[in-house]
Design a protein around this ligand. Structure first.
Ligand SMILES: O=C(O)[C@H](O)[C@@H](O)[C@@H](O)[C@H](O)CO
Ligand SMILES: [Mg+2]
Length: 382
């Protein structure tokens, strides 16, 4: 079998799908994208296609090494997202060619269902109580919300109180009948992370995510000494070569690589295995579309330390399209009591509605995250 063509589709809300065609009529789908830099990843995929057309798509490991090591400069958000989406599509092709889901190619399932969680509260986390109540009605019991709005490197007691009161209200309303992670989203600098973690301790969140920016990863072990709250990170780390420092230094209890940013299935299966050796949980980041989610689930079902799967249903970014709008086999993604079933179909297990993708790609948005500013006019982390 030979790869014949790569086609990219940027679509609402902020996703990009890649279709890889072969000379035997089998096609694979991937989701290479960096939210807010889709066009840059598009260019990177097009640059990498020169290594792929004419090649055997089933030699996934060799193609991955060529895409990664074939360039003198490597790694980072853009290149690893381009490789990720291509890698997903290659696994999709291989599974379809052999008639099995990718998790079968990876040694078979270690679990019967995969726990998921939903976002509540949006960018400026308001009405979280209402959001939780709505989602509990469909059996979801685990949630995530942003911990703060803009926060200064040193901020006020009232800003801290606003963040903590919101969490206190959740515990007041639901006790321990639900669980929730708090995403600091990189908005919190090291000095304030200590303050917030101390104040949040009593409310026992399931985890605090990105307690500081990934570029401040040396703080993870120091913050972990300071709190019993499990710390999570990984959406802005892009390969084993970044995660290895996190494992060696310690401090992170849950790693959250993104299957569309960290080199795809081939790389994230290895990151999950590294994490297991350090007794670190695996919870793939996935605020994206259905192909990215399907790739996550393929890795979740073969990873002993997979604990939670993020998905974008109802997320505050999904304006113009929802998680399953471009999917034909929506029934396979049915959530029951807060769990996903294993995807039964060959390959990634998602049947893409190509017509709808092509139509939606005619006038795609150029999504950008907002640029926030502090009261003094300086740029604030979003
Ligand atoms: O945990 C999450 O989902 C992420 O922090 C998410 O909010 C961001 O990755 C966002 O997609 C960036 O545009
Ligand atoms: Mg996050």
């Amino acid at each position: 079998m030979k790869i014949t063509k790569l086609t990219l589709y940027r679509v609402p809300p902020r996703w990009m799908f890649l279709k890889i065609e072969t000379d035997e009529g089998i096609t694979g789908w991937g989701e290479p994208v960096i939210e807010g830099r889709a066009r840059t990843v598009e260019a990177a995929v097009n640059e990498l296609s020169g290594y792929l057309v004419g090649q055997d798509p089933t030699r996934i490991n060799d193609l991955w090494q060529v895409m990664y090591r074939g360039g003198f400069y490597r790694g980072g958000a853009i290149l690893m997202s381009a490789i990720a989406g291509i890698d997903q599509a290659l696994w999709d092709i291989k599974g379809k060619a052999l008639g099995v889901p990718v998790y079968e190619l990876l040694g078979g399932r270690v679990r019967d269902r995969m726990k998921m969680y939903s976002w509540v509260g949006g960018d400026r986390p308001a009405d979280v109580i209402e959001g939780i109540n709505t989602l509990r009605e469909i059996g979801i019991q685990t949630f995530k919300l942003n911990g703060t709005e803009e926060l200064g490197i040193i901020d006020t007691a009232s800003a801290v109180d606003a963040a903590v009161d919101r969490i206190a209200r959740i515990r007041e309303a639901f006790g321990n009948t639900i669980e929730f992670g708090i995403d600091f989203h990189g908005r919190v600098a090291a000095p304030m992370a200590k303050v917030l973690l101390r104040e949040l301790e009593a409310h026992r969140p399931l985890f605090v995510e990105e307690p500081v920016l990934a570029e401040q990863a040396e703080y993870y072990p120091r913050l972990a000494e300071y709190t019993s709250i499990p710390l999570a990170a990984g959406e802005r780390m892009y390969s084993r070569f970044e995660f290895k420092h996190v494992f060696q230094r310690g401090g992170i209890s849950i790693v959250q690589p993104d299957l569309s940013h960290a080199g795809g299935i081939t790389e994230c299966v290895k990151i999950a295995a590294m994490a297991e050796a350090y007794d670190v949980a695996f919870a793939p980041h996935c605020p994206l579309g259905p192909v990215a989610l399907a790739a996550c689930l393929q890795v979740d079902f073969v990873s002993h330390n997979a604990v939670l799967q993020e998905q974008s249903m109802g997320i505050h970014y999904n304006k113009g399209a929802e998680l399953l709008d471009y999917v034909i086999n929506r029934e396979d993604f049915q959530i029951t009591d807060g769990y996903f079933p294993p995807l039964p179909k060959p390959g990634l297990g998602v049947i893409v509605d190509e017509e709808r993708v092509i139509a939606a790609s005619q006038n795609p948005p150029d999504w950008r995250n907002p640029v926030w500013r502090h009261p003094d006019g300086s740029v604030a982390e979003w």
